[in-house]
Design a protein around this ligand. Structure first.
Ligand code: COA
Length: 261
């Protein structure tokens, strides 16, 4: 595991927990924190010892309270597009990861924090979580993919309400609009729930659930034909050793041993 200034990493039984760790600034994403997050996720892509990932906030007050507003204040005509595209790129890396990534949202998830949570495959919120896209109150709009992902997740009407008012919603409402999959009492409960879900996923064939991520993401893309991507991915799975193993194990009434090949 690497040494980061603003991230903590813990690898336990194949599950890497990444905690955003700038508690004095409610874990706001400054450029160093974004770079460290990118490096951590890129390493996890290739690291065989990592099978699944949890992203959470260090401390119990915040998941991530947004992009760092002191850095936002310096954006101008020249650098603002690059800033947005860089954030989009890092969050796309999370969204498209072939290994499962679960957000445990333990407090404020605002602006870039809500966008980070939405880039993860599955979201678990704690009772003290708050969600919102307050960018309009700063004269900007969500720039790390939030306008797209929030619309996909909660639907057009609620997405417009949240992004145009900039108001926060609590954990109960987040559950009711499906912004989180599960609601738990504490961060510890959230980590336990995340590990339970990850362990269920990790019992399955890695190529298969990795391609499910790709197919589902394509369903939300206007660029590619999701049905074609699904058919291509299905055909690729059928060529794999894990496919032979999975079907054989079922027919032989035994548990499969998947190798990710
Ligand atoms: N960027 C930079 N610093 C931030 C931050 C952000 N997004 N969110 C919080 N902080 C800092 C505060 O400036 C403060 O720093 P200081 O102690 O050096 O003054 C520290 O974190 C604690 O925040 P504070 O506002 O004192 O806590 P609070 O409990 O009173 O309020 C929030 C919590 C989340 C409601 C409030 O911090 C907030 O509105 N943050 C901005 C949220 C936002 O607009 N995010 C989207 C950015 S695009």
């Amino acid at each position: 595991m690497s040494n980061y200034k603003n991230l903590l990493e813990d690898l336990d039984d194949g599950i890497l927990t990444i905690s955003i760790n700038r508690p004095e600034k409610l874990n706001a994403l400054n450029s160093l924190t974004l770079s460290e997050l990118k490096t951590s996720i890129e390493k996890a892509y290739d690291e065989n010892a990592v099978s699944g990932i949890i992203i959470t906030g260090a401390s119990n007050k915040a998941f991530v309270a947004g992009a760092d507003i002191s850095e936002l204040a310096a954006l101008n005509d020249m650098n603002s597009r690059k800033f947005s595209e860089r954030g989009q790129e890092i969050f796309a890396l999370i969204e498209n990861c072939h290994k499962p990534i679960i957000a445990v949202i333990n407090g404020y998830a605002l602006g870039g924090g809500c966008e980070l949570a939405m880039a993860c495959h599955i979201r678990i919120g704690t009772e003290n979580a708050f969600f919102g896209q307050p960018e309009v109150s700063l004269g900007i709009l969500p720039g790390f993919g939030g306008t797209q992902r929030l619309t996909h997740i909660v639907g057009k009407g609620k997405a417009l309400e949240l992004m145009m008012t900039g108001e926060m919603i609590g954990a109960e409402e987040a559950l009711s609009v499906r912004l989180v999959n599960h609601l738990v009492a504490t961060k510890e409960d959230g980590i336990e729930k995340a590990k339970e879900i990850l362990n269920k996923i990790l019992k399955n064939a890695p190529l298969s659930y990795g391609m499910v991520v790709n197919c589902v993401n394509t369903a939300y893309s206007n660029i590619e034909d999701g049905y074609q991507i699904e058919a291509n991915s299905f055909a690729s799975c059928c060529k794999s050793e894990d496919f032979k193993e999975g079907t054989a194990a079922f027919l032989e009434k035994r548990k499969p041993v998947f190798k990710g090949e």
